[in-house]
Design a protein around this ligand. Structure first.
Ligand code: COA
Length: 188
């Protein structure tokens, strides 16, 4: 027998990142580029260029209200998601966080990484004491919509002019998921 190993399961990992190695930042930018070129999952419609993207991700790590989660396939970063906590002056919505910019690069899809990414952000949100996780998605992201709906996200609204992609208006759907029992009270 040769030393080749057939049918080896890919190694899947999702974790929060607080600093980048050069290799990680490079892989993250490549994955993001590929997802943008494939048609979304991020605010950018066209890749903004490596320098801008690196600056963006370095900036994410510096913003106190943001936490970056990455998905790794066999050690390489292939996708990410951002947990956004409410600003400290928003007392009325201090129970709710946002899940933003979640995507997996096209070359790493179908392994369950997006589900793991979503669950990791939910778990961290619970740990931080949030009751609700909000997210929004373009109507064109059918796989993401099916995934979120099958994982307990409730669609509460839609925006007919949510995004403008190559001069075409795209509707957006807004979702929330309850992470723990509702907070009640007599406030206004
Ligand atoms: C949506 C997206 C994140 C899914 O990534 P992924 O790693 O391939 O997804 P997973 O392998 O974790 O699968 C998640 C679920 O979707 C299902 N799924 C995955 N690919 C599918 C496909 N092509 N068709 C139908 N269902 C599919 C899986 O069966 C799984 O269901 P389960 O959780 O009930 O088992 C990825 O396609 C993507 O990045 N799309 C573009 C960006 C986007 O839509 N982002 C989310 C909104 S911001």
């Amino acid at each position: 027998m040769s030393g080749a190993v057939l049918n080896q399961e890919p190694a899947l990992l999702v974790e929060q990142v607080k600093r980048f190695t050069d290799a990680d930042l490079n892989a993250l930018c490549e994955a993001t580029d590929a997802a943008i070129i494939d048609g979304g999952g991020f605010g950018w419609v066209t890749p903004p260029g490596r320098r801008t993207m690196e600056t963006y991700f370095r900036g994410v790590l510096l913003v106190p209200e943001r936490e970056l989660f990455v998905a790794r396939l066999n050690g390489d970063i292939v996708g990410s998601a951002i947990l956004v906590r409410p600003p400290r002056n928003n007392e009325a919505q201090a129970f709710a966080a946002n899940l933003m910019h979640s995507y997996i690069a096209p070359y790493a899809r179908g392994h369950g990484l997006a589900r793991m990414l979503t669950e990791a952000v939910e778990e961290r949100s619970r740990e931080l004491g949030y009751h609700i996780l909000n997210l929004d998605v373009r109507e064109t992201q059918a796989v993401a919509i099916a995934m979120y709906e099958s994982h307990g996200y409730v669609r509460w609204g839609e925006h007919p002019e949510y995004a403008l992609v190559r001069s075409k208006s795209i509707t957006g759907y807004f979702y929330y998921k309850r992470l723990r029992p509702a907070k009640t009270g007599g406030g206004q």
